[in-house]
Write a protein that binds this ligand. Sequence first.
Ligand code: AMP
Ligand code: GLY
Length: 426
Amino acid sequence: MKIMVVGGGGREHTIVKKLKESPKVDIIYALPGNGGIAAEAICVDIGAKDIPAIVDFAKQKAIDLAVVAPDDPLVLGAVDELEKAGIPCFGPNKSAAIIEGSKVFSKNFMKKYGIPTAKYEFFSDLEKALDYLNDCPYPTVIKADGLALGKGVIIAETAEEGKKALISIMQDKVFGESGNQVVIEEFLEGPEVSVLCFTDGKFISPMVSSMDHKRAHDNDEGPNTGGMGVIAPSPYYTDSIAKQCMEKIFLPTISAMKDENREFKGCLYFGLMLTKSGPKVIEYNCRFGDPETQAVLPLLESDLVDIMLSTREGRLAEQNISFKNAASCCLVMASGGYPEKYEKGKKISLPESLPEDTDIYFAGVKLSDGQLLTSGGRVLGITSVSNDLKSAIDAAYKTAENISFDGAFYRRDIGEKALKACNIGG
Ligand code: AMP
Ligand code: GLY
């Protein structure tokens, strides 16, 4: 089979590597891919949002399966255009991708169908939003309606902070059109869990749960990032919580999407807060998480090509989907200064070989005369898989000692909270 993966980060590298394990795969193209993915796939210089060029390329190569991984092309309708051109796709169409593309849609959707989430109000008028902040409880959470590169959520501790955020989103338009409307919602407390699920729109199959570390620095300090590390499975996600999530959140979500004529096929990501009053949805994503994928997919034992094809063809219920009974840790190495200003073009030095059960997934890197250079904020993720979480974490950190580039930094506490939770029984 000829496969095309749209995207060029650590998530896409992981997807490419897992797809390559399938005996059905002959060749993989990555659009645009990156300097690290180039070791596994043919990278083609077409941007992930350039839908006409993506469709032309897929037709020209007679692609058998297109995997559209990032949110932007999904929300823009890449799957609709590819399918129209006769290219089978993994991923939701535009009408289903709105579940991530618009917070106003997803919040109204959850309210309509009684899916547990934070209480909220939405505003398209700045004055009314500012007024609301005068007497709402704090902290309070402000979210731009549309996609905002994972930066559209502000947790305001005071009215003053909230007002500053509103002005930058709604008046100064720091996230462009995404800030035409905002959601202001209740602050939820509890452990946060990510659950990525395969679904064909009728049947839903949750993958191993995971725990992202979004803040830039140790002890969950510093600004929010795309994610600095992940462990899987999350010890907080017990069997009993998984059952509640299936009954109250996962199944109601896919059946409601069907009722809305927005049948969701692909990977649906539930960002959940396990609150004292039960699990609640913080956000839906219409795609695999990054870096969650780097910790979750290495545990998948089944053939990813088969699973992907069966989500499209509505045969997921017949599919064997199994995960290793093991733990994993993905540690992200970032450029100094990320998520704010950082330098690029630093030489990356790598070990000659990696221990068994450890892999590197490249994100912000490019190849220049055979040398890997940094080209983004999150440069790479080191994933180790082991029988227990502690050894997976130790192995990832050990490998990190042998990787370097100027200004490299990573959190020293990935998985620490999870280990504590394991010790007290979850
Ligand atoms: P999102 O982009 O919606 O995932 O939000 C980014 C991060 O903000 C989440 O991962 C949470 O840690 C935090 N967050 C979002 N919504 C809430 C909420 N209602 N209460 C508390 N934290 C939140
Ligand atoms: N790691 C968070 C996300 O993929 O949205």
